[in-house]
Each structure stands twice: as C-alpha cells, then as structure tokens.
Design a protein around this ligand. Structure first.
Ligand SMILES: Nc1ncnc2c1ncn2[C@@H]1O[C@H](COP(=O)(O)OP(=O)(O)O)[C@@H](O)[C@H]1O
Ligand SMILES: O=C(O)C1=C[C@@H](OP(=O)(O)O)[C@@H](O)[C@H](O)C1
Ligand SMILES: [Mg+2]
Length: 185
C-alpha cells in the first residue's frame, strides 16, 4: 500500500502590509498551488470582516483567526496538494493560531522596514487606520513599536526570511518558489 499523500503548506508571515496577500496570490499563480488568506477564511466562517470583528474586540478576532487556521489545515488534509497561505499581520500575538500553523506549515517571513509599512498604511488610510491602531495617541509611533516587535518574532520563527523591499510581488514570489522547489517538494 502506498503512503497517503500529504499537503505542502507554505505560510507567508510578517507584519501588516509587508505584502503577504499580494505575494501569496503571485506565488499561487506561479506554483499552481491553492491560495488561501486567513483573513478571508475568517470572514467566510464568521460572516464579519476582520476589521469589524477586530472593532468588536481583539479576542473575537483572534477566535475567528484560530478557526481560520483550523479550517485551512482541514482543507489541506482532505485534499492534499500545495497550499499557499497568507497569514494576518497579528497572528504572532495569537499563540494558539500561530503554534497550530507553525506545526503544519513552512513559515516564510517577508521583511520590510517600518517606514515602508507605514507609507502603505497611510496610502490606504482613506478607509481609516487599521483597527489595531485606532485610538492610539500617536499611531505612527504605536505602529513602529508593533512593527519592530512583531518583525523580530516572525524572523525568529521563520524557516525562510526574504527581503520584500523594493521588489514587486512577482519577483518576491519567484525567489520563494526557487527555495521551495529545492527544499520542500
Ligand atoms: N512588493 C510590493 N511592492 C509594493 N507594494 C506592495 C507590495 N506588496 C504589497 N504591496 C501593497 O501594499 C499594500 C498591502 O499589501 P498586502 O499584500 O495586502 O499586505 P499584507 O497582506 O501583508 O497586509 C497593498 O496596497 C499592496 O498593493
Ligand atoms: O497586524 C494586525 O494586527 C492585523 C493585520 C491584518 O492582516 P494583514 O497583515 O494581511 O493586513 C488583519 O489580520 C487584522 O486587521 C489584524
Ligand atoms: Mg493580508
């Protein structure tokens, strides 16, 4: 009897706006893998957008995020193949979700400097600041502290670290794919 095939799960991690979602889509196009964004899956499961969920309370958001990780792993187990997962920038602060993801996925950390992330947040700020910065006395400073702390943790946990600075998502995904092909497939 042959061994049951198992999925290869690649999870893109890093702080908000390092490009996890865009790079994940590009990597799925390049590799033929299935793309799943944890924020999208959390919204599918809860019926509420991550932003609205976060506004109702961080605990509620994290519960939905943990549910999304379980759901993604369930799908990957039922239908073996290559999966590209984009995590949310705050998953490192959701211990249960992060540990569960780490047990099953190859963690890739996309590294950008805080100034780049902040510029992207400002560029998108017509819809308001991200929920986790709303109410901060100095949002730029609060963002910088969060970005630096989370970046250090993501880097420590990742199997692959890549600079995502001054590169487009297609270029970053090509670099990731070159490593994945050799090491994990
Ligand atoms: N490599 C990149 N270069 C320039 N802009 C990018 C890049 N990746 C993402 N962006 C832009 O940054 C913003 C956040 O991207 P997104 O992929 O949603 O990041 P994340 O999922 O990490 O929060 C979007 O406006 C997106 O178009
Ligand atoms: O940094 C964070 O705390 C969050 C980042 C968001 O995802 P992206 O990093 O994909 O924007 C989303 O999960 C939620 O708003 C919380
Ligand atoms: Mg995203």
């Amino acid at each position: 009897m042959g061994k049951k095939p198992t999925s290869v799960i690649i999870a893109l991690t890093g702080p908000k706006h390092c490009g996890k979602t865009e790079t994940g889509k590009a990597l799925a196009d390049l590799s033929g893998g299935t793309f799943l964004d944890l924020d999208t899956v959390a919204e599918e499961l809860s019926g509420i957008s991550p932003r609205e969920l976060y506004k109702k309370g961080r605990d509620l958001f994290q519960e939905a995020e943990t549910g999304a990780v379980s759901e993604v792993l369930r799908r990957a187990s039922e239908d073996p193949g290559l999966y590209i997962i984009a995590a949310g920038g705050g998953i490192i602060d959701n211990r249960r979700a992060f540990e569960t993801l780490k047990q099953s996925a190859v963690l890739v950390y996309l590294d950008i400097i805080e100034e780049t992330a902040w510029k992207r947040i400002e560029a998108a700020s017509s819809g308001g600041l991200p929920a986790f910065l709303e109410g901060a006395e100095n949002p730029k400073q609060a963002h910088g502290e969060l970005h630096r702390r989370r970046s250090g943790l993501y880097k420590n946990h990742a199997e692959i670290t890549l600079s995502a600075e001054n590169k487009d998502p297609a270029g970053i995904s090509a670099e990731i794919w070159d490593i994945i092909k050799v090491r994990y497939l």
